[in-house]
Design a protein around this ligand. Structure first.
Ligand code: GTB
Length: 208
């Protein structure tokens, strides 16, 4: 049985980044899918340190908070740059990914009907920051010349935004080729083509 266990709702949500990271690193993991009606009974919630999922287990070690989980996996699998300065830059990139994810999640969960059009109108402003970072860094990744945990986070964001707004990266050549190149890494490609990934809704409320 794999040592890693992801306990989460049956959606991509905050876990698809760590799933892509694990798949690309050739790791196996077990999914413990929690139906929302089971969650609403409150027993599992009461055991979660912050009352939320995802929960991540590595043997008898348990972690909460999706970004802490990503950093734990980054340390374990060499996805944290080559020195402390690169690690700090990678954290900075991931924090920006987190800001972007929160903005997206607020629109999806709280303002989809009224806010989607404006969100899409403003999207080039968000994407252009990452476009500049990628076109300035000739190493092919957010930081340096090797993949980091923040790259999986950005890839997930680019994939879900292309569902929200098809063609949204077409006017950003660096982002477009980055998303295509990362998606074509053999283990990521296999993951993205898997039924497990394709059948998982992006969000918990059916909006995408
Ligand atoms: N900062 C935390 C992290 O990064 O891990 C945020 C975790 C978080 O927001 N967890 C949400 C949660 O546990 C799930 S992600 N919500 C339940 C609660 O607070 O009681 C968003 C989400 C919402 C709903 C579904 N769903 O219905 O399937 C899926 C995902």
């Amino acid at each position: 049985m794999p040592a890693y266990i992801i306990t989460y709702f049956g959606v991509r949500g905050r876990c698809e980044t760590m799933r892509m990271l694990l798949a690309d690193q050739g790791q196996e993991w077990k999914e413990n899918v929690v139906p929302f009606d089971v969650w609403m009974k409150g027993d599992l919630k009461a055991t979660c340190v912050f009352g939320q999922l995802p929960k991540f287990e590595d043997g008898n070690f348990t972690l909460y908070q999706s970004n802490a989980i990503l950093r734990y996996l980054a340390r374990a699998h060499g996805l944290y740059g080559k020195d402390d300065k690169q690690a700090a830059l990678i954290d900075m990139m991931n924090d920006s990914c987190e800001d972007f994810r929160l903005k997206y999640a607020r629109m999806i969960y709280q303002d989809y009907e009224n806010g989607k059009a404006k969100y899409i109108e403003d999207l080039p402003g968000d994407l252009s920051k990452f476009e500049k970072i990628l076109s300035d860094n000739k190493g092919g990744f957010l930081v340096g010349d090797q993949i980091s945990y923040a790259d999986y986070h950005l890839l997930d964001l680019l994939l879900i935004h292309q569902v929200l707004s098809p063609g949204c990266v077409d006017s950003f050549p660096a982002l477009k080729s980055y998303a295509e190149r990362l998606s074509a890494r053999p283990k990521i490609k296999a993951f993205l083509e898997s039924e497990a990934h394709k059948s998982r809704p992006i969000n918990g409320n059916g909006k995408q």
